[in-house]
Design a protein around this ligand. Structure first.
Ligand code: AMP
Ligand code: ZN
Length: 450
């Protein structure tokens, strides 16, 4: 499995550092509002990545943080006049519901920033001890970017030719304002009731330190893979590297991957531009999570994807075409031509998650199955769907056939091939006793829940 590493700017083999397990950190949502489908483009890309790792027989440990304290959540909670945790709970709950609607596999751990303040304070203390961070007049703590020689290696910033800003208190800023960034922010009036005691006085963590502290807690000081949308590359991920590596003296992350933006009329879909749709908006318009997932995973993750309702209409048609073919697909020995399409599919996903090519392999399978009959192709659809998550999603009757029943179906296919009708009938009864109905047609046997 090869992926494009934003750090080296090369396509490289993704090999687990330890135990055949990929340790993956994915920057999660800032829970101050409903996530929009631009955010879900990032989570859908990470889901395809996760599924491809598993498809290749590796294990995975994925951590996705919930940013429940930062400039935006504090502003939202105080404007609404509710406690920060009550304010963010609404959006945390909504986020998990939305993930299910898009068939995104859950991560192993979802740490919330507010549950990890002691870890963040400890990391900031370490940086102060090492002399790379300093306390400012107002009781905030800043990272001194000039003290970390590797600063800029991810974003490929040519530091010496950069007009550097002195200091930046905001969580988000651009490359024009490279400068010392806040690790700990002193309490101010606008924070209202939000704040924690620290060695530097009352305050709260900066956004970037949250991810360094939580990723190292759950994945170790050096881990395999870290991802996010391209807007996270600078300054967020650059700062995460600086904080972690300055503290540990070790390499923080081996591979970085970033997905391109979902755009609307050429502009990034974002809350600040107001050009966004939430998942709820689209479901309210009559589109299904399955159709939306189809659109999100169809494009290459490093290519811009322009959001349009036409694409959702096309998804409907493509899924209907797949469904009609899968309805006729049966268990049994995989024909040679179908195995070839599966090989092409595997080569595509392993080539830096080339989804346009992977879908092309799926549609070649559909085309040929329509022409030649779908006998023996069901397992191929099932295997492809381990990565895609769109073929059987919302169509449980075929996807959920238990392994034990599948085994009986295979035995029955073999018995029928050998013209052993008595055995075939016996197996049909056994399958029926397990709660499944098997039907025979010209294309072979198909199975539905009784
Ligand atoms: P946020 O909640 O703003 O911290 O963003 C959560 C994730 O969504 C991050 O990985 C962002 O990079 C990503 N993201 C935000 N907007 C877009 C977009 N329009 N297209 C793709 N990813 C996005
Ligand atoms: Zn992050």
């Amino acid at each position: 499995m090869k992926v494009f590493n934003s750090l080296t700017r090369r396509t490289e083999e993704l090999k687990p550092l330890e135990n055949n397990e990929i340790r993956l950190y994915t920057c999660g949502p800032t829970v101050y509002n409903y996530a929009h489908i631009g955010n879900f483009r990032a989570y859908a890309f990470e889901d395809i990545l996760r599924r491809t790792v598993l498809f290749n027989g590796m294990k995975i440990r994925q951590v996705m943080n919930l940013t429940d304290v930062d400039d935006k959540t504090i502003k939202g909670a105080n404007a609404a006049g509710v406690a920060l945790c009550d304010y963010t709970k609404t959006y945390k709950d909504a986020f998990f519901e939305d993930l299910k609607k898009l068939n995104i596999q859950p991560a192993e751990v979802y740490p919330a920033a507010t549950d990890h303040i002691p870890e963040m304070i400890a990391l900031v203390e370490k940086l102060v001890e090492k002399g790379v961070a300093y306390k400012s007049e107002d009781g905030s703590v800043y990272f001194n970017v000039r003290k970390f020689p590797g600063y800029g290696k991810l974003a490929h910033i040519d530091f010496d030719n950069q007009r550097t800003g002195a200091r930046c208190a905001a969580d988000e800023y651009d490359k024009e304002n490279v400068g010392d960034f806040a690790l700990w922010k002193a309490w101010e009036e606008s924070d209202g009731p939000v704040g924690w005691d620290s060695p530097w006085g009352r305050g709260r963590p900066g956004w970037h330190i949250e991810c360094s502290a939580m990723s190292m807690k759950y994945l170790g000081e050096t881990f395999d893979l870290h991802t996010g949308g391209i807007d996270n590359l600078f300054p967020h991920h650059e700062n995460e590297i600086a904080q972690a590596e300055a503290a540990t003296g070790k390499e923080f992350v081996r591979t970085w991957m970033h997905c391109a933006h979902l755009r609307v009329n050429g502009e990034k879909m974002s809350k600040s531009l107001g050009n966004f749709y939430t998942l709820r908006d689209l479901i309210g318009k009559g589109y299904s999570g399955r159709e939306i997932r189809y659109v999100l995973v169809n494009a290459h993750y490093r290519s811009g994807l322009n959001f349009a309702f036409d694409a959702l209409e096309d998804a409907k048609k493509s899924l209907a075409r797949i469904d009609a073919c899968v309805d006729k697909a049966t268990e049994g020995e995989v024909p040679e031509w179908a195995a070839r399409h599966l090989d092409a599919f595997a080569a595509a996903v392993n080539d830096d998650l080339n989804m346009p090519k992977a879908f092309a392999a799926l549609f070649e399978l559909v085309r040929e199955a329509n022409a030649k009959g779908g006998a023996g192709t069901l397992g191929v659809f099932r295997r492809m769907d381990e990565v895609l998550g769109v073929i059987f999603f919302g169509r449980p009757e075929k996807a959920e056939i238990p392994d034990a029943v599948r085994k009986l179906l295979d035995e029955r296919a073999a018995a029928r091939k050998a013209k052993n009708w008595a055995e075939s009938d016996r197996l049909r009864d056994e399958i029926a006793a397990a709660g499944w109905t098997v039907k025979d047609s010209r294309d072979g046997q198909s199975c539905t829940k009784a």
